[in-house]
Each structure stands twice: as structure tokens, then as C-alpha cells.
Design a protein around this ligand. Structure first.
Ligand SMILES: NC(=O)c1ccc[n+]([C@@H]2O[C@H](COP(=O)([O-])OP(=O)(O)OC[C@H]3O[C@@H](n4cnc5c(N)ncnc54)[C@H](O)[C@@H]3O)[C@@H](O)[C@H]2O)c1
Length: 385
């Protein structure tokens, strides 16, 4: 007889892009379909979602499509039910703190999307409130479990790079502007409105904080230049709106250990690279380029010796001079991997270090990025307490 830990999960904002695709379908339903999170031969955790949102019709449709019984527009009611032990939030960022605070009052474990709040002060406050109430808490830091980044981590841990000198992050793709004669945007329009919590600095610097912290070292200071390259876009209802939030960010990070990391993030760039995100790491003994799934290396003994000469055809095929790192494992969806860890944390008390404090650090990085842009100056990262 298998012991099943049934865990009710309130999924607020589940009708959104991230909520539906990554969290419901690719994570919670995938876990249910595989028979739960297996703890041992005789013990599993079985997540039992309740879909929460404003639009009953949308919720019903989503629930029926995926064979889910529980959905509701009444968050308070769901929070009052002791069967629901976890509150998950993937609403738009500006609504997060309010939802999380309700869940803290109801004594639920908290798991949520990044950014965890719209200001560092608020992000830190919800961390302190959740921990003071003795509640387990976590933030989505999905990029850490991307196969490409796991391979990169393996190279770092093996000492492949020698001394790491620099990191070049290139993120982005063209997000269509919409309009009658043109193609609809593939991201929600609030992303391009500051007043609705949009902006690429707020969105992406949260990610770069935990990627840099976990892989390369602590950030000492940063310089960030934002830009609104496309001034007008067309929204989901065909209405033209003014873009008030940055669609590109050019940020340089100086790490305590001397590593220099530079990340370009843009929704106004066309891709001619291996993937939507690539990280190039250069070290004294070797270099690597990681995409979302793949990773390539060039050791110092395989490094070609180019000489600058534009008068002749380039004699090097640079791309072919890299070797692919083998997977040597099967990689699961990054969001699902982290969900499984959080469920084990809640049920079995296993360690989980990606707490709301880590979420607050991400918000801090985004806020400092905006400050640097506004002041046109380098800003230092202070420890959060
Ligand atoms: N981890 C990642 O890689 C990643 C990627 C993209 C977005 N995100 C984050 O996920 C969150 C959601 O982003 P998305 O792209 O899914 O957005 P979305 O607009 O598709 O979804 C937002 C959700 O919030 C709900 N919502 C919006 N306004 C509301 C209101 N006034 N009252 C109640 N509910 C409301 C919507 O109904 C929807 O369910 C954001 O905080 C975003 O920063 C994370």
C-alpha cells in the first residue's frame, strides 16, 4: 500500500502565460501524470491544484481541458480550506504582495513567481512576514535547472575554466509590435507599461541576480542602461498604446571575486546565436558557451590564433572549433524540477534555499538597475537584512 501525501495547491494567476504553461501543464499536471513525486518505493506526494482567477469561464475551460476538478474565483474561500497547504502566485507582479500577504495570514506555505514584489522593501517585508509566521517559502528561479546551465555548472565545479575572467550574457528576441498590417505580440502588453509592472530590467535582472550569485559569485556593483527602443505597440484588443517601460537593458556587473559579467537583455533584437539566452564564460584554461539546453567548450589547447586582417577572406570557421558537452543525463523541465524540490521541502522538510529572501535579492538587483539607469552611475549592492 502506497502512502500518498495529498497536497492542495492554490494556483493564483494560473490562466496567465506562465501559470498555464510552465506551472500547471509542465509542472503540476506532469507531476500528477507521473504518479506524484516519488519519495520512496512506498511513499509519494500528490499535488492537488485548485485554479484561482477572476474569470470563471476561463477557469472552467482550463480546468475541463485538463481534467481538474477544483477551480474558483474566491481566493478567500480557497485560503480558508485547510486541505490547501500551498499558495502559489503567478499573477502580474504588481498583485503579488497582496496575494502572498493573504496567504501568510491563512498560514499557507508560499511559492511564487519572480519578481516577488515591485520594490525591494516590499519583497523583503513579505520574506520577513512569512518567516516570522514560521511558513515555508520559495521563489521560482527556473534558469538554474536549464540543461545548458546545469552543464555550465558542471564545468565550473570541475575546474575546467581555471580562473574565470568574464561572463557575457546575451538574452532576447524580437517581440512583435502588433497592429493591423503587422504581427501580434507574443508577450502580454503589460510588459511594456511601467504603470502595470512592466519593463525588461524588472523582469530580467531578477534572473541575472540568481544566475550570477549561484554560478559565478556575489555582485559588488552594477551599471545599467535601459532603453525604450519601440515607443508604441498594439495591445491584445488591437488598441495602440504608448510604451512606458524599457524594452532593452545593457547591464555590467562587477563581482566581488573580480569577474566581470555583462548582460544584454532585449525584446528588440533579432537572433543570430545558438539560443534565446546564451552565456559565454571565458577563463584562463578554457571557455564555454551555454544555451538553454546545450553547451560548447574550447579548451586552451584547442584555441586558434587569429590575426586581424580584413583584407583576406576569414580563414577560420570559429563555430566549428568548439566541442559539445554531452548530456550524460535526462533533464526534466526546469520549473518542474524546482516544484518537486519545493513539494519535498513542504512535506519532508528537505532543504530548499531559494526562499523569498533570494526573491528579494532579485528585486533589489532590478531596482538598482533602474537607479543606475536614472542616475547614469555605478551603484553598489548592499547586503539585505
Ligand atoms: N520565471 C520566468 O521565467 C518568468 C517568465 C515570464 C513571466 N514571469 C513572471 O510571471 C508573472 C506572470 O507573467 P505572465 O507572463 O504569465 O503574465 P500574464 O499576463 O499572462 O498572466 C498574469 C496573470 O495574472 C492575472 N491578473 C492580471 N491582472 C489581474 C488582476 N487585476 N486581478 C487578478 N488577477 C490578475 C491574469 O488573469 C493572469 O492569470 C509575472 O510576475 C512575470 O514577471 C516569470
Amino acid at each position: 500500500m502506497i502512502k500518498e501525501h495529498k497536497i492542495g495547491i492554490i494556483m493564483n494567476g494560473v490562466t496567465g502565460r506562465m501559470g498555464t504553461n510552465q506551472h500547471l501543464i509542465r509542472s503540476i499536471l506532469a507531476i500528477r501524470n507521473q504518479g506524484g513525486v516519488r519519495l520512496s518505493a512506498g511513499e509519494v506526494i500528490m499535488p492537488d491544484p485548485i485554479l484561482i482567477g477572476r474569470n470563471e469561464e476561463k477557469l472552467r475551460e482550463l480546468a475541463h481541458k485538463h481534467g481538474i476538478e477544483r477551480y474558483s474565483t474566491n481566493l478567500d474561500h480557497a485560503l480558508a480550506d485547510p486541505e490547501n497547504q500551498i499558495y502559489f502566485d503567478s499573477q502580474t507582479t504588481d498583485r503579488r504582495a497582496e496575494g502572498v500577504r493573504k496567504a501568510i495570514a491563512a498560514k499557507k506555505a508560499i511559492y511564487c513567481e519572480k519578481p516577488t514584489a515591485v520594490s525591494t522593501e516590499e519583497a523583503l517585508a513579505i520574506y520577513h512576514e512569512a518567516t516570522a509566521a514560521g511558513l515555508k517559502n520559495g521563489v521560482v528561479q527556473d534558469k538554474l535547472w536549464l540543461p545548458g546551465l546545469l552543464k555550465l555548472k558542471r564545468l565550473i565545479d570541475s575546474g575546467f575554466f581555471g580562473t574565470i575572467l568574464s561572463v557575457r550574457g546575451e538574452f532576447g528576441y524580437w517581440v512583435f509590435e502588433g497592429g493591423e498590417d503587422w504581427q501580434p505580440a507574443q508577450r502580454p502588453s503589460w510588459n511594456y507599461r511601467k504603470e502595470d509592472g512592466g519593463g525588461i530590467i524588472v523582469d530580467m535582472l531578477c534572473h541575472w541576480r540568481y544566475v550570477i550569485d549561484n554560478l559565478f559569485g556575489n555582485v559588488k556593483s552594477l551599471s545599467c542602461l535601459g532603453a525604450i527602443h519601440i515607443p508604441e505597440r498594439v495591445d491584445e484588443n488591437g488598441k495602440t498604446y504608448k510604451c512606458t517601460a524599457d524594452d532593452s537593458a545593457y547591464a555590467t556587473f562587477e563581482l566581488e571575486n573580480g569577474v566581470v559579467a555583462h548582460f544584454n537583455s532585449s525584446w528588440t533584437v533579432r537572433v543570430k546565436r545558438e539560443d534565446l539566452l546564451t552565456l559565454q564564460v571565458d577563463g584562463t584554461h578554457g571557455s564555454a558557451v551555454a544555451g538553454l539546453r546545450n553547451c560548447w567548450t574550447q579548451h586552451r589547447v584547442n584555441t586558434p590564433k587569429p590575426v586581424w586582417n580584413p583584407d583576406i577572406e576569414n580563414p577560420f570557421d570559429f563555430n566549428s572549433q568548439w566541442e559539445e558537452v554531452p548530456a550524460n543525463a535526462i533533464y526534466d523541465n526546469a520549473f518542474k524540477v524546482q516544484w518537486e524540490m519545493f513539494l519535498r521541502h513542504v512535506v519532508k522538510n528537505e532543504p530548499f534555499r531559494w526562499s523569498l529572501l533570494e526573491g528579494a535579492k532579485g528585486v533589489q538587483m532590478a531596482e538598482l538597475g533602474l537607479e543606475s539607469w536614472q542616475k547614469r552611475a555605478w551603484v553598489d549592492v548592499k547586503p539585505l537584512v
